[in-house]
Write a protein that binds this ligand. Structure first.
Ligand code: COA
Length: 143
C-alpha cells in the first residue's frame, strides 16, 4: 500500500453507524448483492464482532465474526471496496479480527471463501472434510 493511503485508513471494531454504507460494500460482493438495508441492520445487532476500515467518513472495508468465544469462530463478509483493493486492507481486516483479544481463546476459526489464495497467505489451510450447507432459497425452489 502506498504510505499516503496507509496513513489515512483507520480500523474500528464499532459497527458502521450508517448501515447504508455497508450495503454499498455488500452490493460489490456476488453473495451479498441482494441484501436489504433492513436485514443488514438486523444482522449487525446479532453479529458478535465487526471490523470496519475507513477512509475518513467512507466505509472502505468490512469483516464480521460469529462465535462462542471459546471453541469456534466463523468469519463472514470480508469485503474491500473495489477502488481500494490490492493495497493490504483486506489483509489488515483479517489480521485484526484474528488478533482481537476477545477471540484469543478460540480453538478454531472457520470460513468459506472464493479466494483461497488470499486466506492462505494469512495462515488458513483447506479442511479435508466436506463442508455442507442448507440453503433456504434452494429448498423453496425445489418445492
Ligand atoms: C478478497 C478481498 C477481501 C481482498 O482484499 P484486498 O484488500 O484487496 O487484499 P490485500 O490487498 O490485503 O491482498 C493480499 C493478498 O491477497 C491476494 N489477493 C487479494 N485479492 C485477490 C484477488 N481478487 N484474487 C486473487 N488474489 C487476491 C493477493 O495475493 C494479495 O497479495 P499481493 O499483495 O502479493 O498481491 C477483496 O478482493 C474483496 O473484497 N473481494 C470481493 C469480495 C470477496 O471475494 N471476499 C472474500 C471473502 S469470500
Amino acid at each position: 500500500m502506498p504510505s499516503s493511503l496507509k496513513s489515512v485508513v483507520t480500523y474500528s471494531h464499532q459497527p458502521p453507524p450508517d448501515a447504508s454504507q455497508l450495503l454499498h460494500l455488500f452490493h460489490q460482493a456476488p453473495w451479498a448483492k441482494h441484501r436489504s438495508l433492513e436485514d443488514a441492520k438486523e444482522m449487525l445487532r446479532y453479529t458478535d464482532l465487526t471490523l470496519c476500515a475507513w477512509d475518513a467518513e467512507r466505509l472502505i472495508g468490512f469483516g464480521r465474526v460469529l462465535t462462542d468465544f471459546i471453541y469456534r469462530a466463523t468469519i463472514w463478509d470480508v469485503i474491500v471496496d473495489k477502488a481500494y483493493q490490492r493495497q493490504g486492507i483486506g489483509t489488515e481486516i483479517v489480521k485484526r479480527i484474528l488478533n482481537h483479544p476477545r477471540l484469543s481463546r478460540v480453538e478454531l476459526v472457520w470460513l468459506c471463501t472464493r479466494r483461497p489464495g488470499f486466506y492462505e497467505k494469512l495462515g488458513f489451510t483447506s479442511k479435508e472434510q466436506t463442508g455442507m450447507v442448507w440453503s433456504r432459497s434452494k429448498q423453496a425452489r425445489s418445492e
